[in-house]
Design a protein around this ligand. Structure first.
Ligand code: HEC
Length: 159
């Protein structure tokens, strides 16, 4: 009788072990918390463009943040070096790339009889910038567009 009991316990232990192994291996994965932020991470092109911006010294005229504002006496852009954060408003992406390659060596004057403004916009081509680098640079400038402006535009659209 004792042997039968022992056998029963033994079989019982094996059954429990097998059943739990099966259950464990089929268990659904733990639900994971997905952290989502509203800000989309910068694309590779934007990251490369940021480096191009540094490499070509754009900040020396347009500032680290691209907001411009350095004096450029008698230039038609409010006598200042313009900001580069609003390019979405004035260019398509291909136009922007071409502009960055070409630049503008003849900056318009505020007063026609006044002196030529001291700073012009150097073209990337003349400095060895490739088309790819120029389009990455364009992506970077595109990404600088201030969020508030986007919100304002949306509101205006629905008014
Ligand atoms: C020597 C100073 C100088 C440097 C360096 C310079 N810029 Fe400019 N940039 C200017 C000036 C001045 C203008 C205004 C040109 C005009 O009035 O047509 C301008 C215009 C621009 C514009 C047009 C803005 C608009 O609203 O139409 C963009 C975009 C721009 N620059 C980007 C860049 C980038 C990117 C670099 C670096 C590769 C760079 N600039 C380097 C002086 C500079």
């Amino acid at each position: 009788m004792e042997r039968v009991m022992k056998l029963a316990v033994f079989v019982g232990v094996i059954v429990v072990a097998v059943v739990s192994a099966v259950v464990l291996s089929h268990r659904l994965p733990e639900p994971r918390t997905i952290h989502r932020s509203d800000a989309t991470p910068p694309s590779k092109a934007i990251e490369r463009g940021r480096l191009v911006y540094g490499q070509y010294g754009c900040a020396s005229c347009h500032g680290d943040d691209g907001k411009g504002g350095f004096a450029n006496p008698n230039s038609e852009t409010d006598e200042k070096v313009p900001a580069v954060v609003f390019v979405q408003e004035g260019y398509t992406k291909p136009e922007l790339r071409d502009y960055l390659l070409k630049g503008n060596q003849k900056v318009g004057k505020e007063r026609a009889d006044g002196p030529a403004p001291p700073y012009c916009m150097p073209g990337g081509s003349g400095l060895g910038m490739s088309r790819n680098a120029a389009s990455d640079l364009g992506e970077y400038l595109w990404s600088l567009y201030p969020e508030e402006e986007k919100k304002k535009k949306k509101q205006e659209k629905w008014q």
